[in-house]
Each structure stands twice: as structure tokens, then as C-alpha cells.
Design a protein around this ligand. Structure first.
Ligand SMILES: [Mg+2]
Ligand SMILES: [Zn+2]
Length: 249
């Protein structure tokens, strides 16, 4: 039996043992799972406030909030894997955290201009039984120590089949982070390495900037409205407008 799967949700709304649900991608419902509790889990994302180790489980926002005026940029939300740090699939080990080139400078440049910064991250390894909440929290703490602190983290613990409303490209993580920060999505940008990141931005009414890696599919690069070759380039684009190597299409 895989013991890790027992505590895959860090705050136990489950009173039952989910050990039977350990196969990657498995959902479902064993006889002991309360369907109402299952729906409840799909309706909550994990929000980390600065300085707090444990996540708060908050409802996924139902949809874009009444839109405020577009105006000066107030917050930038970064994808984690393949954007802020090198993508190590289902990483639960803080010692494997490796910042991407320019990540620290990019985050500091935003802070220096008075913008808030956050992280929005799909972590389906939780739903797949490959990651515990403690591991997600430990990696987050390491990323915060190396690059942060960030003003908010919003994490989706669900899998692709969960229809949760927070797994990017759904807008839930972006909306929840904006709500926590008290900023309008129209004054927020999302920076990420795949189409789902800019898709979530668009769905939330925020600006999306793609910073491709060699793993990014070419059609996602083609579809991006705004792009940059690295994180400092993305920040220059957001703060100062297009220049060589970054731009809009
Ligand atoms: Mg990514
Ligand atoms: Zn989710």
C-alpha cells in the first residue's frame, strides 16, 4: 500500500482511507468515499498566504469578477514549473528546485516597481497520488526562499478529469490569487511556459505572456499573443512594452 496517498489532502475533510485510489490518473470513487465530500474537494483550491506553511482550502471562484477598468499593471502571477523553476515532473523534493535563468532578477524588478507577485500552479500529482500536501508545501517554501517571498500562491491539486474550475487553462487560480491580493484581473498579468497558462490568463480577463521552453509545443508559441524569450524579457515587456526578442502578435 502506498502510504503517501492517505494524506494527499493536507487538511482532512476525508475521514476515510483513500489508499485504493493510487493509480496515476485514478479518480474515483471507492465505496468508502462520500460523494458530497468528493464534490467539495473539486470545489476548493489551495491558497498559501505569505509566511504561512499550510495551505488554506478556499472555494474556486465561480467566474470572472465584475471587471474593473484596465489600467496600470498591479500584479504578476507566475507559473511554477518550467517558468520560475526547472520543470521536474511531480516534484515533491525541495532539493531539486532549480530557478530558471533570470527568475530572481525578474521577480525583483517587479517588486522594485511596486508590483505584487504571486504563483499559480497546477499540481495534479496530488490527485494522482504522487504528491502529498506536505511535499507541495515544502517545494513552495524552497521556491519562496530562493525567489520570493511571493505575495500569494494558488495551487490546483486536482487532475484533468476533475472539472475543478482551477486547473489551468481554467481561470480559478488566477481569479483566486487576484481576489486574495485585492487586484482586478484586468490589472494582472500571468507569465507561463505553456498555452494553459496564457489560456487561464485570458479566461480570467488578465494579460498572458508566454515564455517558451524547448518543451513548449510550437502551436502554443504561435497562438500566444504576447511572448518573451526569458523572464527578464517578459518583465520588460510588461513594464516597458515590446522590444527585440519579445513582443505581441
Ligand atoms: Mg509550466
Ligand atoms: Zn483544480
Amino acid at each position: 500500500m502506498n502510504k503517501n496517498s492517505v494524506d494527499r489532502y493536507p487538511v482532512g475533510r476525508y475521514s476515510v482511507d483513500r489508499q485504493q485510489d493510487t493509480a496515476p490518473g485514478a479518480r474515483g470513487a471507492t465505496a468508502v468515499v462520500d460523494p458530497a465530500a468528493e464534490r467539495e474537494e473539486a470545489g476548493r483550491l489551495w491558497l498559501y498566504a505569505p509566511g504561512q506553511r499550510a495551505a488554506e482550502r478556499v472555494p474556486v471562484p465561480a467566474g470572472p469578477s465584475p471587471s474593473g477598468d484596465a489600467g496600470p499593471l498591479e500584479a504578476v502571477l507566475f507559473d511554477r514549473d518550467g517558468t520560475l523553476v526547472a520543470d521536474v515532473p511531480y516534484n515533491g523534493d525541495p532539493s531539486l528546485v532549480e530557478p530558471m535563468p533570470g527568475a530572481r532578477a525578474a521577480v525583483e524588478a517587479l517588486r522594485a516597481r511596486g508590483l505584487m507577485v504571486g504563483v499559480v500552479s497546477n499540481q495534479s500529482g496530488v490527485a494522482r497520488g504522487l504528491l502529498t500536501g506536505d511535499q507541495v508545501a515544502a517545494v513552495r517554501q524552497e521556491v519562496d526562499a530562493r525567489l520570493g517571498p511571493f505575495d500569494v500562491w494558488a495551487v490546483c491539486p486536482h487532475g484533468p478529469g476533475d472539472r475543478c474550475g482551477c486547473r489551468k487553462p481554467a481561470p480559478g487560480l488566477v481569479l483566486a490569487a487576484c481576489a486574495y491580493l485585492g487586484v482586478c484581473p484586468a490589472r494582472t498579468a500571468v507569465v507561463g511556459d505553456i498555452g494553459a497558462d496564457v489560456g487561464a490568463a485570458r479566461a480570467a480577463g488578465a494579460r498572458g505572456v508566454l515564455v517558451p521552453t524547448p518543451m513548449t509545443r510550437s502551436e502554443e508559441v504561435v497562438a500566444a499573443r504576447e511572448y518573451a524569450r526569458d523572464l527578464p524579457g517578459a518583465v520588460r515587456l510588461l513594464l516597458d512594452g515590446p522590444s527585440a526578442g519579445e513582443g505581441t502578435v
